[in-house]
Design a protein around this ligand. Sequence first.
Ligand SMILES: Cc1ncc(COP(=O)(O)O)c(C=O)c1O
Length: 498
Amino acid sequence: MALIPKETLIFERSIPGKTGMDLPRLDVPVAKDTRPAHLKRQSFEAMPEVSEVDVVRHFTRLSRWNFGVDDGMYPLGSCTMKHNPRLNEKVASLPGFTESHPMAPAKHVQGNLSLMWTLQEWLKEITGLGAVTLHPAAGAHGELTGVMLIRAYHISKGAKRSIILIPDSAHGTNPATATMAGYTCVEVPSQADGTISFDDVSDSHTGKSKKGLLSLIKEHGREIAGIMITNPNTVGIFEYRIAEIAGMLHEIDALIYMDGANMNALVGVARPGDFGVDVIHLNLHKTFSTPHGGGGPGSGPVACTAVLEPFLPLPVVVRTPNGFELDWNRPRSIGKMHSYFGNFAMEIRAMAYCLSHGSDGLRDATLRAIVNANYIRKRLEGVYHLQYSTPTLHEVVFDDNNQSKHGVTTLDIAKGLIDRGFHPPTIYFPLVIHGALMIEPTESESKAELDAFVEAMANIAKEAETNPESIRQSPAKAPIGRLDETTAARKPILKWTS
Ligand SMILES: Cc1ncc(COP(=O)(O)O)c(C=O)c1O
């Protein structure tokens, strides 16, 4: 059955007097209305008067316009939209978890504390680091926590440091985090292979020389508090000189923050602690399969070296001879970063994911994610342009160089995918690649699904040559075509007014 192309707002379906329920007549006197006048609603116009059938059909129809990981491949690069196993949901809804109160004394919630402690131990093992906090509620929140640990470390040594180095391929949250934590960001350029440049480089647009890592370390020396490196970086390339970078920064007592949002390319294969990383965040809502639709709730645990452990947020779950306890006695802690213990329900799901996969299964997921991304890369290489020939891990970033010759842009390609039944990839990010199409299939996709995606992409490329207008007009099959995205972002209408 065809989708109804236009769905009016529920308010526009309102008919005075229509109702969704049938309440019995009052059999008691009407209570005296004691509400202060200023708190009373002046009119009920803002409430739609509709039947239950109206409500159910309206929202069911709207839900069909949505596209989620349960509908099909969702190759949103950097976001890691992998399958959310149903087992996770089952475990997280066990009454022992859902009915426990966050303020219950530790002795009454030993099971919950044991789960948190065990997850911390798994994350320590996975990252190769000495301590973990589960508190942060998202990747960016984990970044802030991690950078605050770095700041606390320098303050504890009486050192005044003001700079965080950030590669130009960094995720946008990295400079935002460093700035929020009070640091000045200094950009490190990429070199021709897409990794951090040690040497000065010439900007391809302006022709101006940009200082590479070596010059920046020489210039700023002990003003540098640390560096934030996404690894694999936002182009999907492993920063293969990271141990060398760590060595150089450690020489001036600066620390290495690794943005571990892309750890789904490393789990079970390489441990950041082994290549010199001091602190890292993980996105449970990406690497560890917990859901992140609609903006959350996420979870961004932070792992760090034993040197940074005293600064971890409060409280810390510890194991003692008497069982699990919450340690509040940490005078050097950066304080609280989240109410209670973070998003506990996400911690349960991540633990279920780890236990159901086992260490071999986690490694296998990593390898499959890499194979899937490279399968797409290999099959579409040439059809779509690749800025870097350097091998990539869990994602592949093409651009619209080949198609723009025919007047078809990255945005058109993304819209063309909607007509072919796929969610578009991340577009125009990372900024280091002009017209980027960032594809991350994850390990969840079968070969059949990958082949269908490749065919859709190849078909768009072919049509861009033979009938570019049809791609520029897409999506033609979706209920809504092209939106005025600038107005939608700048002047959103979020409220119905009559
Ligand atoms: C590389 C990278 N860093 C940081 C983040 C921020 O994570 P969050 O959206 O959970 O705040 C993301 C999110 O996709 C990311 O891909």
